[in-house]
Ligand binder design. Structure first.
Ligand SMILES: [Zn+2]
Length: 526
C-alpha cells in the first residue's frame, strides 16, 4: 500500500450514507476500503483522517482554465478547492482543433477570457491539445470540442451559418475530436463565431456529436437573433436541438439571478416539460449572484466579422467607437461592472468602469473601448452582486434548491486570470459544500457530494472517476465538513479556502496539509 487514509468518514460519491473506514491506495488506484489498520505499518504514507470526510475529488464541469494551465500548471485556485478534474472547451471558446494559422488568431480573440498561453503550441487536433495537459498539470482535464474553433476551421470568422462543404468539414472535425477523447461538443451562442450558427447547423453538428458519443454543452443564446429557433429565447432553442438531434443537452450555468431570485420552479418549467417528453437534460451552476465575461464579447455582431484584427480596427474608428460606446451603455449595461483583467493597464483591475470613466473624463462605454485598444482586446469584467442582502441570500438558497435535483451538478465558470477575478474561481466548491450547505441544509452532504463527483463522471463518461470504490482512480479529497469554507470574496477574490487539508490526484498527494506539493499527476481523461 502506498498511501493509507485512516479513520475518516467515507462519502463514496454515490449518495449512500457515509461510513467510517480506511482507504488504501496503491499506484494510481483505490485498492481497499475498510479496516486496514494491520496494513498501516507497511504503508509508505499514512494520512490521519479521523474526524474528517474522505470523498472523491470534485469534478468542475465548466471552467476557463484552458489557457492558464499551460503557464501555471500548479493551478492552486482549483486544486485547493478539492477539484481534481475540470472540463475544458466551454462555451466553444478554446484552442482545438485549430490549424497553425488559426490558433494565433483565436488565441488573440479569446485572450480576454483565457489569457495568453504559449503561441507555438500544436493545437491542430484534440489529441495534440490533450497532450499539452496530460501528466503536465496538477489536475485531470477533460475536453469538449469547441464550436468556435470548429467554425474557424470550417469557414473562418464569417457571419454565415455552416452549410454544404463547410458543414461537412465541421462535422468531420467533431467526429475526430470525440474519437480522440473529447467528451462533448460545446458552444456559447452569445459568443463569436458561434453566434453566427443557425438551428439547422446546430442540429446537424449535434447529430454528429451524438453519433460519436458526446453530449451537447450549451451556453444559451441571449442576443436573441433571427437565427435562433424553437421559440422565444435560448432555452426553447437548446431543447429543440436536443429533440431533433437526439443528443443529451447540458445547460451551462443555469440558475436564478437577482431579477429571478426565488423562481426555481419557473426556471425549470420548460426543461422539465421537455424531459417528460424524452429530451435528456442536465444542468450546472455556480453559487454567486453575478457573472463575468470578456469585454470583447459584449460588442455587437458586425464588430467580430473578420476576426480580432478587424474588430480592433472597428473599435479604433472614431464614429464606430461612439456607437459601440452607446450600445455598451444601453440598459445600464455597465452599471456596477468591475474590471477583473486588463494586463496592460493593471491599475484598472478591481476598479469599476464608472469610476475609471470619471477619472479619465470619458463615458463608460468609451472607457471600455479604450481599455480594449490599450490591452489588445485582453479585458474581462464582472457584474456586481445585488445591493439587497435578502435578494443575494435568496439566490444562494436557490443554488441549493437546484442542487437538490438529481440532474444538477456544479461548474465554477472560473476565469482565474488577473489580479481581481470573480471569486468563483477560488471559492465555488467550498462555498457550496461548506457555507451554503451549513446555512440552508437542503439536502444531505452525501447527496451534495454525489452532485459534484459521481453525477458529472457519469454524464461525461469519465471512466472510473467520481467514486471511492475499489479499482477507481485515487482522486480523493479529505475535508472537514464542519470547517470547509470559501474565503474568496468580491473585494478579495484570490483567497484560498479553508478546511480542505488533503487532495490526491491519481494516487499522488497534490495538496498536503493545505499546501500544494508541485506534483503534476493530472491526466487528460477519460
Ligand atoms: Zn463560461
Amino acid at each position: 500500500m502506498d498511501i493509507l487514509i485512516s479513520g475518516g468518514t467515507v462519502i463514496d460519491g454515490t449518495g449512500a450514507p457515509g461510513f467510517v473506514a480506511d482507504v488504501g491506495i496503491s499506484n494510481d488506484a483505490i485498492e481497499a476500503i475498510g479496516d486496514l489498520s494491520d496494513l498501516a505499518p507497511n504503508a509508505a504514507r499514512v494520512i490521519d483522517a479521523k474526524g474528517l470526510t474522505v470523498s472523491p475529488g470534485f469534478i468542475d464541469t465548466h471552467t476557463h482554465s484552458d489557457g492558464i494551465l499551460l503557464w501555471d500548471p500548479q493551478h492552486a485556485n482549483g486544486l485547493r478547492q478539492g477539484i481534481t478534474t475540470e472540463i475544458l472547451g466551454q462555451d466553444g471558446l478554446s484552442y482545438a482543433p485549430l490549424s497553425a494559422e488559426n490558433y494565433p488568431i483565436y488565441r488573440r480573440y479569446i485572450s480576454g477570457i483565457l489569457g495568453e498561453p504559449p503561441e507555438d503550441l500544436d493545437m491542430s487536433s484534440v489529441s495534440a491539445f490533450r497532450s499539452h495537459y496530460d501528466k503536465k498539470v496538477s489536475i485531470n482535464t477533460a475536453y469538449c470540442v469547441a464550436h468556435g474553433a470548429v467554425r474557424l476551421e470550417a469557414l473562418g470568422f464569417q457571419d454565415e451559418a455552416l452549410v454544404g462543404d463547410a458543414l461537412e468539414r465541421a462535422k468531420r472535425l467533431i467526429t475526430e475530436g470525440i474519437e480522440q477523447g473529447a467528451v462533448a461538443f460545446a458552444t456559447g451562442l452569445m459568443y463569436f463565431p458561434q453566434s453566427w450558427s443557425n438551428g439547422d447547423e446546430m442540429v446537424e453538428l449535434c447529430k454528429t456529436a451524438n453519433e460519436a458519443g458526446g453530449v451537447y454543452v450549451t451556453h444559451l443564446r441571449s442576443n436573441h437573433n433571427e437565427r435562433s429557433f424553437g421559440g422565444e429565447g435560448g432555452v426553447p432553442e437548446a431543447l429543440e436541438i436536443g429533440r431533433r438531434s437526439g443528443i443529451g443537452v447540458h445547460f451551462s450555468h443555469y440558475r436564478t439571478g437577482p431579477e429571478t431570485a426565488g423562481q426555481v420552479e419557473e426556471t425549470m418549467e420548460l426543461i422539465d416539460k421537455a424531459k417528460s417528453e424524452g429530451v435528456d437534460c442536465t444542468m450546472e451552476l455556480y453559487p454567486y449572484p453575478s457573472g463575468c465575461t470578456f469585454a470583447l464579447s459584449m460588442l455587437p455582431s458586425h464588430v467580430h466579422d473578420g476576426g480580432p484584427e478587424a474588430a480592433l480596427n472597428r473599435i479604433k474608428d472614431a464614429s464606430e467607437r461612439e456607437k459601440l460606446a452607446e450600445g455598451l451603455e444601453s440598459d445600464d449595461g455597465l452599471v456596477g461592472v468591475v474590471v477583473t483583467y486588463s494586463p496592460q493597464t493593471p491599475e484598472a483591475e478591481g476598479m469599476s468602469v464608472m469610476e475609471l470613466a470619471e477619472a479619465r473624463g470619458v463615458s463608460p462605454g468609451e472607457l471600455v473601448c479604450d481599455l480594449l485598444i490599450e490591452n489588445d482586446l485582453r479585458v474581462a469584467y464582472r457584474g456586481a452582486p445585488p445591493d439587497s442582502v435578502k435578494v443575494w441570500r435568496q439566490v444562494s438558497r436557490d443554488t441549493m434548491d437546484f442542487l437538490s435535483r438529481p440532474d444538477y451538478m456544479v461548474g465554477s465558470d472560473a476565469i482565474p486570470i488577473g489580479s481581481m477575478p470573480h471569486p468563483r474561481a477560488f471559492g465555488t466548491f467550498p462555498r457550496i459544500l461548506g457555507r451554503l450547505q451549513r446555512q440552508f441544509n437542503v439536502i444531505s452532504l452525501e447527496q451534495l457530494v454525489q452532485r459534484v463527483t459521481d453525477n458529472p463522471a457519469k454524464r461525461f463518461g469519465l471512466k472510473k472517476r467520481g467514486r471511492i470504490e475499489r479499482g477507481y482512480f485515487a482522486d480523493v479529497v479529505v475535508f472537514d465538513s464542519e470547517r470547509i469554507i470559501d474565503n474568496a470574496t468580491y473585494d478579495d477574490p484570490r483567497q484560498p479556502p479553508a478546511g480542505i487539508p488533503y487532495v490526491l490526484v491519481n494516487g499522488q498527494v497534490a495538496v498536503d496539509n493545505e499546501k500544494c506539493t508541485g506534483v503534476f499527476a493530472g491526466r487528460a481523461v477519460p
